[in-house]
Design a protein around this ligand. Structure first.
Ligand SMILES: N[C@@H](CCC[C@H](N)C(=O)O)C(=O)O
Length: 281
């Protein structure tokens, strides 16, 4: 099986082009666990399949490193768009990608060599209703700066779905103790029936934040695009940031804007192809 390793802001996945590879008889959950393993496999935060779509230029299917499937991946969808354009599957620099969270519009920014350097994604509208995120933190309505304790630590939590669930925690310091120590506890807290992604966020100014992410199903990753979008929304809802921010993640920067004219979040960031190879297992 031919694969390509790509990353967006250091959030790295193994990508398989299902326009040419047939994975119909493959256990995708097991494949993701094996291929994403950083010692026994290719290594990555999970597996992303680039599939044909009847309603868009291509379809993204994403699995976390633990084999669970997610509805959406913000960094992944930028890489899918880059792959689809740079490999000639579509010639549309304005393209549509089908995801588990709906069809998204993407604009590719090309370098002098005609290849994709960065991508702007219309991430759609955030979902704030607790039951739809889903979280049991409140019975109904949004969860904004909600006083909560996880593992004995007090936080104010803001919960947002960008197609997948996020719990945003603004903290003075996104330390290892919080991210690595409490990330797994919060991910599996019973108040999140589908588990959750967790963002620990330091506010630098109204225009700039620093984020570390504990991802559902993959552990700490170097960036999370849906998480960065959720942070943009949470920053506005809690009065901490402006509608347009630069988010510094471990693997690079993303620029986010929550557009008040249509309620959509726009995300811009890089997409990089690293290498290709053959998986023989
Ligand atoms: N890294 C991603 C999100 C991947 C899925 C997530 N772990 C989940 O289970 O929802 C991103 O860039 O958005």
């Amino acid at each position: 099986m031919r694969f390509t390793k790509m990353h967006g802001a250091g959030n790295d996945y193994v990508y398989v082009d299902c326009f040419t590879e047939n994975l119909d008889s493959v256990d995708l959950s097991e494949l993701s666990r094996k291929i994403a393993h950083r010692h026994f496999g290719v290594g990555g935060d999970g597996l992303i399949l680039i599939r044909p779509s009847e309603i868009a230029d291509a379809k993204m299917q994403m699995l976390n490193a633990d084999g669970s499937e997610s509805e959406m991946c913000g960094n992944g969808v930028r890489c899918v768009a880059k792959y689809v354009f740079d490999h000639g599957i579509s010639t549309n620099a304005q393209m549509k990608i089908e995801t588990g969270a709906g069809v998204l519009d993407l604009s590719l920014h090309l370098g002098d060599d005609g290849k994709t350097e960065s991508v702007t994604v219309d991430m759609g509208e955030p979902t704030l209703e607790a039951a739809l995120i889903p979280t049991k933190m409140v019975l109904n309505g949004p969860v904004v700066d909600h006083q909560v304790k996880f593992g004995g630590h007090a936080f104010t939590a803001t919960c947002v779905s960008m197609g997948n669930p996020h719990c945003v925690l603004f903290v003075p310091k996104a330390s290892n103790e919080l991210v690595l120590g409490l990330g797994p506890t919060i991910e599996s807290d019973p108040r999140f029936p589908n588990r959750t992604n967790v963002e620990f966020v330091e506010v630098i100014s109204a225009d700039e934040v620093r984020q570390r992410t504990w991802e559902r199903g993959s552990g700490e990753t170097w960036a999370c695009g849906t998480g960065a979008s959720a942070v943009c929304v949470a920053g506005v809802l809690t009065g901490r940031t402006n509608r347009r921010i630069t988010n510094h993640l471990l693997g690079g920067d993303l620029v986010l804007e929550w557009d008040d004219s249509n309620n959509h979040v726009m995300m811009t960031g890089g997409a990089t192809e690293v290498f290709s190879g053959d998986w023989n297992e």
